[in-house]
Design a protein around this ligand. Structure first.
Ligand code: S3P
Length: 472
């Protein structure tokens, strides 16, 4: 396994024992990166810790009494922004070694007003979850971020928080950061049906509900990643989850407010959303055989693996075991002839971040892959539907967008490549098109790989260790 930041200057200094409180810098030079076709990929790699669980570990550490000891934390820029915010709100923390942290929290109701703006950089998850935390407690804080975060919709988080007693005391046009929230002395418990399938909305409401005298219930008509529910229980909260809706696809999640959360141990498994890149690379680079170790197999996160197996991908789940309350497995992946498939809209919550790299896999498949119901992709770190379409077009790949569906036509051979892809400050667009360049006829460049550090700081080093040619 290879760790550590690789190409280019990091957005902030390598992480010292004393975590940073300074806002991230948003104005670094773009870092172009190029991936070229080459030898088969061989060997093993362990992707970094899961981003969703890492954010939540920091937040629950802040809201607990006592020590939270974290192992395997993703030390990417997004999570470090959440760590900084938790510190500004009163937590103290120490980095003991690679991915090993101890957080000392202040408990529910114990936070103090931060002296400076909470700068979340590129991190949608960190900012939205922390809006729930601040929105439910007697504290006032200003949220901000980079040019990507400033474009992302926050209304979806603010709407339920307003019902819970949060005040918006300052806001940019149309529910975007920068914005300032002031929470009540006690939140109002509500029952809230999320208008879109979003674990971020669900989590923000539940975090606000921690300071409500009564039961806060979130209803989701399609189940989304359940890390918040699982981790709230781990820290001592009472959370009851019941099936919801006619076919039981949805869930009602009921949290009893004002628990005492106690610090605990958190082991962060490897992120399936980061595993997606070496996984697809190994499938499309001829002759490859790669083992991806310790990948979290939470059923609400592995829609991509299901889809790639349906496409004919040779993916074996080995050594299934428990890690940090989740099932993990080593994935043995061999280069495969893929065929086009239809991907049902209902699968989207279980693979919402994986469509860009699935589109790359689809470009190598024989036949048409139709990915249905991708409207949420328009409000990620970039308009991912547009960014993927532009990237496919720039590399000679035949595609269409019909409404919210993305259709990719492959002919079972390597696409032309040779294009330069605009990443729009989006780490997953950058990594997806670098994966394309490892197997297309000509190298593929991305205009800026700097954002890769938000979720997978060791990406280029890890891929090079498997034999990939990536320069930048
Ligand atoms: C996340 C939820 C998803 C996902 C994001 C992480 C989370 O967002 O895209 O990368 O950790 O809760 P939505 O809830 O907006 O779908």
């Amino acid at each position: 396994m290879v760790t550590g930041a690789d190409f280019g200057a990091p957005r902030r200094p390598a992480f010292p024992a004393e975590p940073p409180t300074k806002p991230v810098s948003h104005a670094t030079e773009p870092q172009p990166v190029t991936a070229s076709p080459g030898a088969p990929l061989r060997g093993a790699l362990r992707p970094p810790g899961d981003k969703s669980i890492s954010h939540r570990a920091m937040i629950l550490g802040l809201l607990s009494i006592g020590e939270t000891r974290i192992e395997g934390l993703l030390e990417g820029d997004d999570v470090l922004s959440t760590a900084s915010a938790a510190r500004q709100l009163g937590a103290s923390m120490e980095r003991l070694g690679d991915g090993r942290w101890v957080v000392r929290g202040v408990g529910i109701g114990g936070m103090s007003d931060p002296a400076e703006t909470l700068d979340f950089g590129n991190a949608g998850t960190g900012s939205r979850l922390m809006m729930g935390v601040v929105g439910g407690q007697p504290v006032t804080a200003t949220f901000d971020g980079d040019a990507s975060l400033r474009k992302r919709p926050m209304r979806r988080i603010l709407d339920p928080l307003l019902k819970m007693g949060t005040e918006i005391v300052g806001e940019a046009e149309g529910g975007r950061v920068p914005l300032t929230l002031r929470g009540p002395s006690e939140a109002i418990p509500i029952t809230y049906e999320t208008p879109v399938a979003s674990a971020q909305i669900k989590s923000a409401v539940l975090f606000a509900g921690l300071n409500a005298p009564g039961v806060t219930t979130v209803i989701e008509t399609a189940a989304t990643r359940d890390h918040t529910e699982r981790m709230l229980r781990l820290f001592g909260a009472e959370v009851v989850v019941t099936p919801h809706g006619p076919e039981g696809h949805g869930r009602a999640i009921a949290l009893t407010g004002q628990p005492t959360l106690r610090g605990t141990g958190v082991v962060v498994p490897a992120d399936p959303s980061s595993a997606a890149f070496p996984l697809v690379a190994a499938l499309i680079v001829p002759g490859s055989e790669v083992t991806i170790e310790g990948v979290m197999m939470n059923p609400l996160r592995i829609g991509l693996i299901t889809t790639l197996i349906e496409m004919g991908g040779d993916i074996e789940r080995l050594n299934e075991r428990e890690e940090g309350g989740e099932t993990v497995a080593d994935l043995r992946v061999r280069a495969s002839r893929l065929k086009g498939v239809g991907v049902p809209a209902e699968r989207a919550p279980a693979m919402i971040d994986e469509y860009p790299v699935l589109a790359v896999a689809a470009a190598f498949a024989e036949g048409t892959t139709r990915m249905n119901g991708l409207h949420e992709l328009r409000v990620k770190e970039s308009d991912r539907l547009a960014a993927v379409a532009d990237g496919l077009g720039a590399n000679g790949i035949d595609y269409a967008i019909e409404g919210d569906d993305l259709i990719v036509h492959g002919n079972g051979s390597a696409p032309r490549g040779g294009g330069t892809v605009a990443t729009h400050l989006d780490h997953r667009i950058a990594m997806s098109f670098l994966v394309l360049g490892l197997a297309s006829q000509h190298p593929v460049s991305v205009d800026d790989g700097a954002m890769i550090a938000t979720s997978f700081p060791s990406f280029t080093l890890s891929m090079r260790a498997l034999g990939a040619t990536i320069s930048g």
